[in-house]
Ligand binder design. Structure first.
Ligand SMILES: Nc1ncnc2c1ncn2[C@@H]1O[C@H](COP(=O)(O)OP(=O)(O)OP(=O)(O)O)[C@@H](O)[C@H]1O
Length: 451
C-alpha cells in the first residue's frame, strides 16, 4: 500500500516553525517511503479561517520545497461528514445530548471538586423518547456524542512507542454540534479514512484525541492509520507557539533572509540526537530520515542557532547558486564568482553581501588614523601601488614591499591599510577584495578621499 501522510493546518494564522516541522516530517516520511503527502486545509472554523492564510500555507510549503502532492479543503467534504453521521446514528453509536455548555462546565467543576476525573457522565443516555420530545418542543437542539467502548485502546506510536488508553477515562466525544456542524473529530476521521491516509503525523496536542479516533475509524468500518506524535516545539524562552500570536512565523524567517534549505535542515534535526548540519539538498534529509530519532521532550527553537546554520549553509553555495541575488545587489555578472569567493565566509545572510559590494564599488569613506606608524604605512602604500592588472598575488607582493620600506609588520601594517581601503576593521580577505576594488579607488582611499 502506498504511504500517504497528511499535513492538516487550520488557516487561522501564519504557519509557525512548529507547524512547519510537522509539515516537513510528513513530507520526509512520505518521500523516505516512496509515498505522497496530502495537504488538508482544516477550514471548518469559518469565522477564523481566512483566504490569505490559505495562500500563506501554500506559499510557505512551496518556499520550503515541500509542496503537497494533493490537497483539499475540509469544508468541501461536508456532505461526506454528514453521510458518516447518518451511518453512525443508524448503527446506534451516536446519541443525542441536550446539556448546555453551562450545565456541562458546572458538572465538570463538581466532579473535579469531588476528586473525580471530569468525564462526561452519559446522563443523556438515560433520556426517554418522551424526555427528548419535551426538550425538542422547548426548542433545544441536540448535539451528538459518539459512545466509546469501555475498553483498552492502543497504538504503536511512530515517535513514542506503544500507548495504551482506557477509553473509560475519556468523555464520549461530540461529533455533531447543536448547530448541526461536524466537529474536528468526525471530520478528521472521515477524511483520513476516505482519502486513504496511511500515516497521521502531528503534534503531541493530539495524543488525547487518538484513542477515541481509533474507535471511530472502527465504527466507520475502516482500519486506523499509523499515528506518530511529535513533541512540542517551543520558542527560545520556553514559551509555546501559536498561529494566533504569529510567533516565529515561517514567512518571518523568509523575510529575515534565512535560506529554505537551512530552515528545513534545522527543523529536520531539532529534537533529535543528530547533529544539526548544513545539507546539500532535501534529498540528503530524505536519505537520513528516521522518525524514531525524534525524542519525547519538547525542543526549543532558537533563531540565533538557525542564523548560524544559515551562515554555514550559504557557504556551501557556489556562484551559480547566488548569481541572481548578487546581480540584484548590483554585482556585475563577470564579478559574481570572485566576489562570492571573497565574501561568502563573512556573511550570515546572502543579502549581507550587499554591504561588501558597497565596500568594493564604493563610495567608501576611508578611515585614516593619524599615528606615525599608520601614516608611514599609508605613504609607502601610495608610493608603491603596483600597476594593474591585479590578481590574488598582488596584495602579498605589495604589502611585503611596504613592510620592507617601513619595517612595520603584522597588525601595525595591515590595520591601517584595511581601514583605509574598506573603512572597516574586519572583513573578507584583502587579497581577494583588492583586485575588485582596483587601482583608481585604492589610490584615492589611501589618500583619504571618498571613492
Ligand atoms: N508548537 C508546536 N510544535 C509542534 N507542532 C505543532 C505546534 N503547534 C502546532 N503543531 C502541529 O501543527 C499542525 C497544524 O496544527 P494547527 O493548524 O492546529 O496549528 P496550531 O499552531 O496549533 O494552531 P492555533 O494556534 O490556531 O491553535 C498540527 O499537527 C499540530 O499538532
Amino acid at each position: 500500500m502506498t504511504v500517504k501522510t497528511r499535513f492538516a493546518p487550520s488557516p487561522t494564522g501564519r504557519l509557525h516553525v512548529g507547524n512547519a516541522r510537522t509539515a516537513l516530517v510528513n513530507w520526509l516520511y512520505a518521500r523516505a517511503h516512496g509515498g505522497v503527502m496530502q495537504l488538508r486545509i482544516d477550514d471548518t472554523d469559518r469565522e477564523r479561517s481566512r483566504e490569505d492564510y490559505v495562500a500563506g500555507v501554500l506559499a510557505d510549503l512551496d518556499w520550503l520545497g515541500i509542496p503537497a502532492d494533493e490537497s483539499f479543503r475540509q469544508t468541501e467534504r461536508a456532505d461526506r461528514h454528514a453521510a458518516a453521521f447518518e451511518r453512525l446514528v443508524a448503527c446506534g453509536r451516536l446519541y443525542p445530548c441536550y446539556e448546555t455548555p453551562e450545565e456541562l462546565s458546572a458538572r465538570r467543576a463538581a466532579q473535579l471538586a469531588a476528586g473525580r476525573p471530569p468525564v462526561y457522565d452519559r446522563a443523556a443516555l438515560a433520556l426517554s423518547d418522551a424526555d427528548r420530545a419535551a426538550l425538542e418542543a422547548e426548542g433545544h437542539r441536540p448535539h451528538w456524542r459518539f459512545r466509546l467502548d469501555d475498553r483498552e485502546t492502543s497504538w504503536e506510536d511512530l515517535v513514542r512507542g506503544r500507548i495504551d488508553v482506557h477509553a473509560g477515562s475519556l468523555s464520549d466525544p461530540v461529533l455533531i454540534r447543536a448547530d448541526g456542524a461536524s466537529t474536528y473529530t468526525l471530520a478528521t476521521v472521515v477524511d483520513d479514512a476516505e482519502t486513504g491516509v496511511t500515516h497521521v503525523i502531528r503534534g503531541e496536542d493530539h495524543i488525547t484525541n487518538t484513542a477515541a479516533q481509533i474507535q471511530l475509524f472502527h465504527a466507520l468500518g475502516a482500519a486506523e492509520p499509523h499515528f506518530g506524535h511529535l513533541a512540542w516545539l517551543l520558542d527560545a524562552g520556553g514559551a509555546g507557539l501559536s498561529k494566533r500570536v504569529g510567533s516565529l512565523a515561517v514567512a518571518e524567517l523568509r523575510e529575515d533572509g534565512m535560506e529554505p534549505l537551512a530552515v528545513a535542515a534545522f527543523l529536520a534535526r531539532l529534537g533529535t540526537s543528530d547533529a544539526i548540519e548544513p545539507v546539500a539538498g532535501l534529498d540528503e534529509l530524505v536519505a537520513s530520515f528516521d522518525i524514531s530519532r525524534f525524542g519525547r521532550a519538547a525542543a526549543r527553537f532558537d533563531p540565533a542557532d538557525l542564523v548560524q546554520l544559515n551562515a554555514r549553509q550559504i557557504r556551501r553555495l557556489d556562484a551559480e547558486g547566488v548569481r541572481a541575488p548578487l546581480v540584484g545587489l548590483g554585482v556585475p555578472d563577470e564579478l559574481v564568482a570572485p566576489f562570492w569567493d571573497a565574501v561568502s565566509g563573512n556573511i550570515e545572510r546572502i543579502a549581507e553581501a550587499g554591504r561588501w559590494w558597497q565596500v568594493v564599488a564604493g563610495p567608501v569613506t576611508p578611515v585614516i588614523e593619524v599615528d606615525e606608524t599608520s601614516q608611514a604605512v599609508l605613504a609607502a602604500a601610495r608610493d608603491t601601488l603596483p600597476p594593474e592588472p591585479w590578481d590574488e598575488t598582488t596584495w602579498s607582493a605589495w604589502t611585503r614591499g611596504i613592510q620592507g620600506l617601513t619595517g612595520v609588520k603584522g597588525r601595525g601594517l595591515f590595520r591601517p591599510l584595511r581601514l583605509a581601503l574598506t573603512a572597516a576593521e574586519h572583513g573578507p580577505e584583502l587579497k581577494k577584495l583588492l583586485p575588485m576594488i582596483g587601482a583608481a579607488r585604492a589610490a584615492a582611499r589611501l589618500s583619504g578621499q571618498d571613492a
